[in-house]
Design a protein around this ligand. Structure first.
Ligand code: ATP
Ligand code: MG
Length: 349
């Protein structure tokens, strides 16, 4: 693999803008710098010149806050903004693949093909009635969005090296930190503020991803409305009591549960899709991550609903020991850095 210059990972989340930089020590990663800045309302969807500028300012602010050294960056495009699909095609030559995928994609993508960047990766092959078919994981990302990112980076004086999906970064984060699962089929659930991403990966390669437009903020809203408290108080209740029915007379848990019900129902649908349409050795573990996954009793809840082991992923579980780590992680909510750390690990796997 080509040597990539030093860079930081940048994840634009609805809750916060997150940055992480690592240093390569042999085959291991050492955390170099990490930090975030809150995302102001509307910042991510403002495509005006002023919007591009304010995003650039926020990125610079986050760079300063987190002590990032490099001016190169690899950033993620939100899973909700891309179209992705597993497409099965009869085996064709390498030369013909691009065109075959464009044809298959055309009726599926809501935008014109000239408006998207298409990338694809072969997952596996199967033989049916003597004919070989390939499964391709295809991603179409809107060019307009990528161009806007490019403009913001230029305005921030940052050199954008690459853009990749959150699902790719998350898969890298899990596989790097939990190498014992590198050759398995795994599910990753990333619960953020506005969205929850559900991803299936095989051998470290994404083969399915889906965004549920219900995230942890929906929980805060429902607590606020059910208990008649403001959002600040509701956020505190969410963090303190979560799904624990033994606390606060079970009132908070009762409000929270229906939101988790929506998410677990979607996860179960994805597991059925895996069984019926993809097939394989089976999903033995679900890795949960994202700020929202720290909800009290979330792990137990999901485990009971899915009947599968649930692991709260630690995005630096396999990092090099570092005496300065405690200091670097002061004021850092590590679960939120799932994507940015996955981006920062690019090139190491
Ligand atoms: N201990 C906790 N328990 C439950 N939820 C929490 C906890 N700590 C933070 N959160 C929630 O996590 C969310 C932020 O998570 P994260 O940083 O992963 O989101 P994001 O990536 O910015 O958002 P999105 O992925 O939707 O764009 C917020 O809704 C916050 O309230
Ligand atoms: Mg997120």
């Amino acid at each position: 693999m080509a040597v990539i210059p030093d860079f930081f990972g940048l994840n634009l989340g609805h809750f916060s803008i997150k940055l992480a930089e690592i240093k390569r020590v042999g085959t291991k990663a050492r955390l170099e710098a990490i930090g975030s800045t809150p995302t102001s309302v509307g910042l991510l969807n403002n495509d005006s010149d002023a919007g591009v500028k304010s995003l650039a300012n926020e990125i610079n602010k986050a760079c300063r806050n987190s002590g990032i050294k490099s001016r190169n960056c690899v950033m993620s495009v939100p899973e909700s903004a891309v179209f992705s699909r597993l497409i099965t095609l009869p085996k064709v030559t390498d030369k013909e693949v691009g065109e075959a995928i464009q044809w298959a994609l055309k009726p599926l993508v809501p935008l014109g093909l000239e408006e998207v960047n298409v990338s694809f990766l072969e997952i596996d092959q199967k033989v049916i009635d003597g004919n070989t078919f390939s499964n391709w994981y295809v991603v179409a990302a809107p060019k307009e969005l990528i161009q806007r990112y490019q403009l913001s980076m230029e305005a921030a004086g940052v050199n954008l090296l690459a853009v990749e999906t959150e699902s790719l970064a998350l898969t890298r984060m899990v596989v790097y930190n939990y190498p014992q699962f590198a050759k398995k089929d795994i599910m990753i659930v990333d619960m953020g503020a506005e969205n929850t991403n559900v991803i299936l990966s095989r051998n470290g390669v994404v083969m399915f991803s889906q965004t549920i437009s219900t995230g942890s903020n929906a929980i805060t809203k429902v607590i606020s409305s059910d208990l008649g408290v403001d959002m600040v108080q509701a956020e505190k209740y969410k963090i303190t009591y979560g799904l624990d029915t033994t606390q606060a007379e079970g009132k908070v848990a009762k409000s929270v549960e229906p939101i988790l019900q929506i998410i677990s129902a979607e996860i179960l649908r994805t597991l059925s899709y895996y069984k019926e349409k993809i097939g394989g050795t089976g999903i033995s573990e679900v890795f949960v991550s994202g700020g929202g996954s720290d909800l009290l009793k979330f792990n137990e809840y999901l485990q009971a609903k899915l009947n599968i082991g649930v692991i709260n992923s630690n995005p630096i579980a396999n990092f090099e020991q570092d005496p300065m780590l405690g200091q670097k992680l002061q004021n850092v909510h590590l679960s939120s850095f799932n994507v940015s750390l996955g981006l920062a690990l690019k090139g190491l796997l």
